[in-house]
Design a protein around this ligand. Structure first.
Ligand code: OGA
Ligand code: MN
Length: 310
């Protein structure tokens, strides 16, 4: 039987109501910026498969979704992430020491030690916190790379510690033609430890370094689901292939500056209990300054990209 577009949309749980609010069954999405959305009417501790499908669809559109007031537990965060794809370990592959959290697959994005004390300024966790303050896409230094990251907050500092997101699709849409022509067939080399080395964090064994050999990604990519073009840059991109090194680094810095102009950025001011989810293939993000002696505790689950058809 022939269906109207509206019937089809109802079936997949997508009903356009107004320009500002989109309703996915009981899930409501309010526009927070030209891309990011704020989602209410869903409990992430118990998602159904149709809700997971709606979330993926909403992620294609928004690339960043904020779910306030979730207060999700560790078991539920893992279950939610698993429903979205295979889990990604990221840096835990080489830093597998004592862990505060129940699962190796949960990244402890906090400045707190296993003894539940705020870490000293020279602690390796603080270095990781600081590396997160550089614009980056989680695990762009790997193949497969990360797709979704889901960061849940439990303690937030009084001042600072926001997380910013830049939409690489908007950035690509607004690249000047001359620049697009210059880079459209170019590839960047991404390396896990480049940004760490830049911060003076150089204490890695040959085995750790060998765990993350550099990988190559096109600078301009097309999202297989939305058809949108993406300017794929960030702190892990350290060179452009087949270019003089200095010129290639300058170009990457210029591109990053373009991609992170305020009009492409959403700033998230954390409340305890928020869960923020982003698509690492379409956005970059960074943490913002906070007083390192103030507690800040978040945890992140990340999935691997499975659809690598491009
Ligand atoms: C991350 C990250 C930034 C922040 O969890 O991947 O980069 O604000 N976090 O803590
Ligand atoms: Mn990150």
């Amino acid at each position: 039987m022939d269906q109207t577009g509206e019937e089809r949309q109802h079936q997949i749980g997508l009903i356009q109501t107004t320009q500002k609010i989109t309703e996915y069954s009981s899930m409501n999405i309010e526009q927070l910026s030209p891309f990011a959305g704020r989602v209410t009417g869903i409990n992430l501790s118990h998602v159904t498969s149709s809700q997971v499908a709606s979330i993926k669809q909403a992620m294609d559109q928004h690339a960043v979704l904020v779910f306030p007031g979730q207060h999700i537990g560790q078991d539920e965060q893992i279950a939610f992430a698993k429903a979205l794809g295979p889990l990604e370990l990221g840096f835990r592959k080489i830093k597998a020491g004592a862990h505060r959290l129940k699962y190796n697959e949960l990244a402890d994005i906090s400045n707190v030690t296993v003894d539940n004390e705020v870490a000293a300024r020279d602690h390796s966790k603080i270095v990781s916190n600081l590396a997160n303050q550089l614009w980056h896409s989680d695990s762009s230094f790997q193949k497969p790379r990360a797709k979704y990251s889901m960061l849940a907050s439990s303690v937030v500092p009084d001042f600072g510690g926001e997380t910013e997101f830049a939409d690489l699709r908007l950035a690509c849409d607004h690249l000047p033609d001359w620049r697009l022509d210059q880079i459209k067939d170019k590839n960047a080399i991404h390396s896990a430890l480049h940004s760490r080395f830049m911060l003076g964090d150089t204490q890695y064994t040959p085995e750790q370094i060998a765990t993350f050999p550099p990988v190559v990604w096109p600078l301009i990519q097309t999202d297989p689901h939305t058809g949108r073009k993406i300017l794929y840059v960030g702190a892990h991109a350290c060179e452009v292939e087949n270019m003089v090194l200095a010129e290639s680094r300058m170009q990457l810095m210029d591109l990053l500056e373009h991609a992170t102009q305020r009009q492409y950025v959403y700033t998230h001011h954390w409340q305890v209990g928020d869960l923020v989810m982003w698509d690492n293939t379409a956005t970059i993000h960074r943490g913002r300054y906070f007083d390192l002696s103030a507690r800040r505790e978040l945890r992140r689950a990340t999935t691997q990209e499975v659809d690598t058809s491009y």
